[in-house]
Design a binder for this molecule. Structure first.
Ligand code: ATP
Length: 259
């Protein structure tokens, strides 16, 4: 369970360019819930994820992950609990290392030993199996350099790496936004398969309303640093993309693409 209470974060505080990015945010996410975070540009979505990851610390409020108070715990010390996948396929994997070396690095995050010692044959099988579930052909490319993979395969590898060790919270920051529509669907399907297999608690920032409606169990809408709507599974069932766009006057990815 993730519990955020009365979070506030301002940038450039006390200056003329002060910007309150998050204000009075209360959020409770149950174990295994998959929450889509939507909202217009500058609404505070990435800042909320940054606060949960520990990449930035709040000015006010508190954060608990499975009853552990992590409010002032920096990102590196939260890494065993929280993993994140970013929009840019170039972030999250090391291009000059192979697929299996990248995955070994992800394991070392939890185990902390040398790359050579950690890379054993049994690990290879484990890596192959976890990559096969993603259905992007990565299981046959363990020895390929990550830099030679397609954008979709790199995002899938980032996902596999993020979820290789037991996790309390997975944060997806527009992780399919830089991909073409077909690849974006494939990575989204891989995401859902991973999340449901591991019953992972997940927050996904997205501008793709179809993904939010189809895949998440709950949608929260942000505006001006606050959560302005919280749509549970039952209410979500009756909504269409057009409803969401009209109700919240926000842009959908596909509208941006076709504009
Ligand atoms: N490091 C920073 N320094 C100054 N202002 C910032 C910083 N990070 C975010 N902001 C500001 O805080 C507000 C919220 O930004 P945030 O990136 O969280 O929005 P977002 O909802 O993720 O937007 P988008 O959909 O465009 O990515 C914006 O006004 C932004 O300009």
């Amino acid at each position: 369970m993730i519990l955020a209470s009365q979070l506030r974060k301002a940038f450039n505080a006390g200056t003329a360019s002060e910007k309150v990015a998050i204000s009075g945010v209360d959020l409770q996410v149950g174990s295994g819930e998959f929450v889509a975070v939507i909202g217009g540009n500058g609404a505070g979505k990435s800042t909320l994820l940054n606060l949960l990851a520990g990449a930035i610390l709040p000015d006010e409020g508190s954060i608990e992950i499975d009853t552990v108070a992590v409010t002032r715990v920096p990102e590196y010390a939260r890494a065993k609990m929280v993993a994140r996948v970013f929009q840019d396929p170039m972030i999250g994997t090391a291009p000059s290392l192979t697929v299996q070396e990248n995955m070994t690095l992800a394991l070392m995050r939890a185990e902390g030993r040398g790359l050579r010692r950690a890379l054993t044959m049994s690990r290879r099988d484990t890596f192959r199996q976890s990559l096969a579930h993603l259905r992007l052909g990565l299981e046959d490319r363990l020895d390929a350099l990550a830099g030679e993979l397609s954008g979709g395969q790199r995002q899938a590898l980032s996902l596999a790496m993020a979820t290789l060790c037991p996790l309390k919270l997975l944060l997806l920051d527009e992780h399919t936004a830089a991909l073409d529509p077909r690849t974006s669907e494939l990575v989204m399907e891989a995401t859902v398969s991973l999340i449901s297999r591991s019953e992972l608690t997940t927050l996904m920032v997205t501008h793709n309303m179809e993904h939010a409606l189809a895949y998440a169990s709950r949608i929260i809408m942000m505006n001006a640093g606050q959560i302005v709507a919280d749509i549970g599974a039952d209410e979500k069932k009756g909504l269409t993309v057009a409803d969401l766009v009209a109700r919240f006057r926000i842009k959908d990815d596909r509208m941006v693409l076709s504009a």
